[in-house]
Design a protein around this ligand. Structure first.
Ligand code: 5AD
Ligand code: SF4
Length: 477
């Protein structure tokens, strides 16, 4: 491995055309390799973290396919490996470092292997330094703001065989129309906005994904219409805080207005969205959710912590009572809505009494599902330097207690569906039993049932015959 090269960042007028050009050039090389060897070069994109990252990986895979790479089933069979990383919690980072060690071993065996890293971790200077000094087998490094430049960076690496590093500190422009590969033909994610302006004090996202910026409604609607024409029936609208959608646009438009427009798209059957910040969730949105037949009656509404004191320290901008009032209003206005949430335990300064407030919200709201986390200190965030960091054993105990309280509630919500006939979108063959298919209800519940794989991508009705905590068993009717 040779030394690094920082390449010049200079956005020409039509960035997309430029990248398409690079894709064509590498494609020609890959086609030539195929003609010579009878083998297609293979790529593998490994994704860590959230749906936003998963969607970024779909864009990378779309470009990789255009470049002429086939998807490898495992790292050992790949010629080009991309790790799309996450830094929201420390264990996500540790996982990446662990895997990087393993990649060194692959690179020792195959010097033609190209290793790239991108995503949120790369936006942190300490991480970049660690990789440059300790993991010199990484060939290409880019960040969250310039993902679309992957073809150019790859081309530079192929020409120079020197490590290529290109990290931007902030976004420059939103590049539309990147090719994208979706995992499922019948459902897709669509970014409606990027970045976050909230600066919750525990969260690294605003530092690595930059300031909030919304895509224009016409671009979003066009993308969804094209997806529907291509067979998509369910759309997930993605943003760190969808409720503040439109605030940065010249022609102001609210998320509720966007939702109503998406709802009019013919051929689309289901609309989901995430994530909603409670502080920005308007009555207008509740009404839109209620009125729009395609909008799934399920809502992910993270509350993070129950105590008003901790919420203040987290900079969440709502109190315990405000969250409870909001959740209850939504449940009243949209009967049968399935509410899910994110919860952090062990935030600095959290006492037993504060933690009791978290349990109290869990008991009062009766969530259908929850993602639960132990607070993880992220360097550079305000919470990292707060006094009264909670010891690991206290956080772990609270985490376990939280599971104990959540479990029966989630089970009860699930059991309420027993005996009901529900419409599901069939998504896959079950991972654990190939005789079973899995689908999702409008509420987001996972249903396993016996059926033929030709049903994948179809809406069908199932009667729920058994309800477990995290999934349901059904029978086609
Ligand atoms: N520690 C623990 N959990 C975190 N989250 C974000 N940052 C941290 C952190 N430093 C959780 C929040 C957020 C979810 C995506 O990850 O609950 O909603
Ligand atoms: Fe992080 Fe808060 Fe922004 Fe969500 S809203 S991405 S938790 S800063």
């Amino acid at each position: 491995m040779t030394e690094e090269k920082n390449i010049n960042i200079n956005i020409p007028e039509d960035e997309l055309m430029k990248q398409k050009n690079y894709m064509d050039r590498i494609r020609a090389m890959n086609d030539e390799h195929f003609a010579r060897t009878g083998k297609r070069k293979k790529h593998l994109t490994v994704t860590f973290g959230c749906q936003m990252n998963a969607h970024d990986s779909e864009k990378l895979e779309g470009m990789l396919e255009q470049i002429g790479y086939m998807k490898a089933e495992e790292e050992e069979k790949a010629d080009f490996i991309i790790y799309n990383t996450c830094c929201v919690r420390e264990n996500a980072e540790q996982k990446v470092y662990g895997k990087l060690g393993y990649l060194k071993h692959l690179k020792d065996k195959n010097e033609d292997l190209i290793i790239a890293m991108c995503g949120c971790m790369m936006q942190q200077e300490e991480v970049l330094n660690t990789i440059r000094t300790k993991y010199k087998h990484v060939d290409i490094i880019f960040g969250t703001f310039n993902l679309y430049k992957m073809p150019e960076l790859l081309q530079t690496y192929l020409e120079t065989k020197r490590t290529v590093i290109d990290i931007w500190k902030e976004h420059k422009e939103i590049v539309e129309d990147l090719p994208s590969i979706r995992k499922h033909k019948f459902k897709a994610s669509v970014n409606i906005m990027y970045g976050c302006n909230n600066f919750c004090t525990y969260c690294i996202v605003p530092y690595v994904r930059g300031r909030e910026r919304s895509r224009k409604p016409e671009d979003i609607l066009k993308e969804i219409e094209d997806l529907v024409a291509d067979g998509v029936k369910e759309i997930m609208l993605l943003g760190q805080n969808v409720n503040s959608y439109g605030k940065t646009l010249e022609d102001k438009v609210t998320f509720a207005q966007l939702l109503r427009k998406v709802n009019e798209i013919e051929g689309l059957k289901r609309i989901r969205f995430m994530t909603s910040h409670p502080k920005d969730l308007s009555d207008e949105l509740i009404e839109a959710m209620r009125d729009c037949d395609k909008v799934c009656k399920s809502l992910h509404l993270p509350f993070q912590a129950g105590s008003t004191k901790i919420l203040k320290a987290m900079n969440r901008k709502y109190t315990k009572e405000q969250y409870l009032d909001l959740a209850k209003k939504i449940q009243r206005e949209i009967p049968n809505i399935a509410l899910t949430t994110d919860i952090i335990v062990g935030f600095p300064g959290e006492t037993e009494e504060d933690f009791e407030d978290t349990l109290d919200i869990v008991r009062q709201v009766q969530f259908s599902g929850a993602y639960t986390f132990i607070y993880s200190k992220r360097t550079g965030t305000p919470a990292a330097v707060m006094e009264e960091q909670v010891p690991e054993e206290v956080s772990s105990r609270r985490f376990n207690k939280l599971q104990e309280v959540l479990r029966p509630i989630i089970t009860e919500k699930s059991q309420a569906l027993h005996g009901k006939t529900l419409e599901i979108l069939v998504e896959d063959v079950s991972k654990n039993d190939e005789k079973l298919l899995t689908g999702r209800t409008e509420s987001g519940h996972l249903v396993h049932f016996e059926g033929d794989s030709s049903l994948i991508g179809e809406f069908i009705n199932v009667e729920i015959t058994e309800a477990k905590t995290y999934y349901l068993i059904g029978q086609r009717v």
